[in-house]
Design a protein around this ligand. Sequence first.
Ligand SMILES: [Zn+2]
Length: 171
Amino acid sequence: MDHIWSPWRYRFITEGSPKGGCVFCRLAEDTANDESNFVVHRAAKNFVILNLYPYTCGHMMVVPYAHVSKLGAADEETTSEMMRLVRLAETALEGLYHPPGINLGMNIGAAAGAGIADHIHMHVLPRWMGDANFLSTIGETRILPEELPVTWSRLREFFSAQTSSSYNKSL
Ligand SMILES: [Zn+2]
């Protein structure tokens, strides 16, 4: 049942990965290409990005700008903001996709299944009854009801609206 508890486990970001470099650090610095990199939102200490190999439609990751491999190595401000962004992501998914469930998860270390073990990231993904069975049948084939650019636009809009209103006040 492991794949149901942590369905993102075998889905790594591999596209555009520079040899020997950290994908998340590259994305953190590449501020001019948020659309093509599917960066949904940039906050002070973390950014939110779509998973290139989403388990379900709307699968996001909250990633600190800092290259840290453990939560304990991140500062308090970073981890607090991470949780605020996870909360926003939850609200976004509920508003846009109405999933009956949401998985949150972080794999710390390669043995736990982290695809990019040196740079922590929190997965936020909507779940529907039966989606695990569906995906285990089709394996790695990406069949989703919505293309990533569409998902990106919808979530980007949500986050920018939140940032310009109540979110800033809560920081
Ligand atoms: Zn990194």
